[in-house]
Design a protein around this ligand. Structure first.
Ligand SMILES: [Mn+2]
Length: 327
């Protein structure tokens, strides 16, 4: 289905429906939560019933977003909806325990911008050229004629701002900047949102960064930069997993680095790899090689095994992508 046609089907659903359920991916980020709160708050102001659900309760900073306290972890079993929305989620697996929602009768609508989205929903508005899901949600809200005001504007601004790395990443298009400016006209405050989402560090977070920077290593003449955070570092600093958000940018900041990697120990012998690239390596493809996915410049995957083995396997493959010899 063409994007235009998909959009008009979603507009119809939003205009005609009265009750909606919304969710986003596990380990949510500001794009997923901001998009959900943006669309949810707008629909509520239009007089519709919206349940917004996540698998786990939100942690700071996401729980500090406007109206984030409206997000729940459970809803009445006999609830009926006109449609279900899943935002910023590229595959069913990424819905975690909420993936059973896909078994329900209601139409499942996915709005997303992941290059590796596998079109798991009934209606899939997927645009990898979009900077963020927030950008797509903004366009849907405008087209549906739904209300835009402070809460919606601030949440959508947070979504676009974080996914573009504060309007620095390669996905920062003229359209993303124009929408951001329009959101400011609608009442978004870039300063307040930045203070909440991007700053607002705890001491534990800085201590974790200190420990992580101590593990910096470079490979392939400085073209691959890598940092590792062990469970022990999380314990010793008292930092939470969400505190390591965006740490993967530090190796990427170094001149000459093409592939930046952050390895985080997630459970016993489990490691989460976050990947970023600066110029030409498609890290979504590289991550897909290990069963993960994402965007051309930002992707990730999980791997089990001893750290030195998983790291060696990864580096071997990464070198092939770096040299353009991957299949
Ligand atoms: Mn996103």
């Amino acid at each position: 289905m063409h994007k235009e046609e998909t959009e008009s089907r979603i507009v119809d659903i939003l205009q005609q429906g009265r009750r909606f359920l919304m969710t986003t991916h596990i380990d949510p980020d500001a794009d997923g939560i901001g998009s959900m709160l943006g669309l949810g708050s707008s629909l509520r102001r239009a007089g519709k019933d919206v349940i917004m659900v996540t698998q786990e309760p939100l942690e700071a900073p996401l729980r500090l977003l406007p109206e984030a306290d409206q997000i729940v972890q459970a809803f009445p079993a006999d609830s009926q909806f006109d449609a279900l929305f899943v935002l910023d989620c590229g595959e069913l697996q990424r819905m975690g325990s909420l993936r059973s929602l896909a078994d329900r009768q209601e139409t499942l609508v996915c709005i997303d911008h992941h290059k590796t989205n596998d079109f798991f929903a009934d209606i899939n508005l997927v645009d990898p050229k979009s900077s963020s899901t927030g950008e797509l949600v903004y366009q849907i809200i405008k087209r549906t004629g739904l209300p835009l005001e402070g809460v919606t504007a601030n949440n959508l601004f947070a979504a676009i701002q974080t996914d573009t790395g504060s309007f620095r990443y390669q996905n920062t298009s003229a359209r993303a900047l124009r929408i951001a400016a329009e959101l400011v006209d609608w009442g978004a405050s870039p300063w307040e949102i930045s203070r909440i989402v991007l700053e607002g560090y705890s001491v534990a977070r800085l201590r974790l960064l200190q420990a992580a920077l101590g593990t910096l290593e470079f490979h392939q003449d400085g073209k691959i930069g890598l940092m590792t955070i062990t469970s022990r570092m999380f314990q010793e600093t008292g930092a939470r997993r969400i505190d390591s958000e965006r740490f993967v940018d530090y190796p990427r900041f170094v001149s000459g680095v093409e592939i930046s990697v952050l390895i985080r120990e997630v459970e016993k012998k489990g490691f989460k790899f976050s990947l970023r690239s600066n110029n030409h390596v498609d890290v979504a493809d590289l991550a897909a090689h290990f069963g993960g996915g994402g965007h051309a410049r930002a992707a990730g995957f999980e791997r089990n095994g001893p750290i030195d083995v998983v790291k060696r396997e990864f580096l071997k493959e990464a070198v092939r992508y770096l040299n353009g010899t991957s299949s």
